[in-house]
Design a protein. Structure first.
Length: 44
């Protein structure tokens, strides 16, 4: 019987975590930028 490759599984989990974290960071960054542009300040 073949031995399970735990290091491969761990690496895949790390890559998935990185992708998720990066996506979240971009979403946060994009959210703040787009909200500022969508609501222009009105002159008084």
């Amino acid at each position: 019987m073949a031995k399970p490759n735990y290091s491969y599984e761990k690496r895949q989990k790390e890559i998935a975590k990185k992708k998720k974290k990066e996506a979240k960071r971009l979403r946060k960054q994009g959210g703040t930028d787009s909200s500022e542009q969508e609501t222009p300040k009105q002159p008084e």
